[in-house]
Design a protein around this ligand. Structure first.
Ligand code: DQA
Length: 145
């Protein structure tokens, strides 16, 4: 199984950005943790990050025929990007939505995920482990992709 781990705006600043909310691990630290767990699960992973909506959409389109699924943290676009939701629906690949923080326990605007209905599932609130749990979820559903 081959997955893309795709991160959206401001997630390149992890470690520096609001550490009280997002923790002190950098983007690179988190990628390393994901790569380590993926190896154990015999899942091939690539990583990408974009700060722009179009960049994320282009990357999602390019997943077709290349990846078996996507682990997506769309950052703030989660809450209002119908274009990213449509891209997820268009590519017909399982996408697991992840968030480091528990978006449902934060400001009201974060309680809505407009991408959730197009995703296979959502994991939020476990810090970097949200990505590891998404890998486990893919390993679990591997036979049903
Ligand atoms: C986030 C939650 C979003 O509300 C926020 O805009 C982010 C990060 C998370 O991982 O907790 O950029 O997706």
């Amino acid at each position: 199984m081959k997955l893309l781990v795709l991160n959206g705006p401001n997630l390149n600043l992890l470690g520096l950005r609001e550490p009280g909310v997002y923790g002190s691990d950098s983007y690179e630290d988190i990628c390393k943790q994901i790569a380590g767990r993926a190896e154990k699960l015999q899942i091939e992973v690539d990583f990408d990050q974009s700060n722009s909506e179009g960049g994320l959409i282009d990357r999602l389109h390019a997943c077709m025929g290349v990846y078996d699924g996507v682990i997506l943290n769309a950052g703030a676009y989660t809450h209002y990007s119908y274009a990213i939701r449509d891209a997820i629906a268009a590519i017909r690949l399982p996408v697991i939505e992840v968030h480091l923080s528990n978006i449902h326990a934060r400001e009201e605007f974060r309680h809505t995920s407009v991408i959730a209905p197009a995703c296979r599932g959502q994991i939020a609130g476990f810090g970097p482990a949200s990505y590891l749990l998404a890998l486990e979820a893919f390993a679990e559903i591997a036979g049903r992709l």
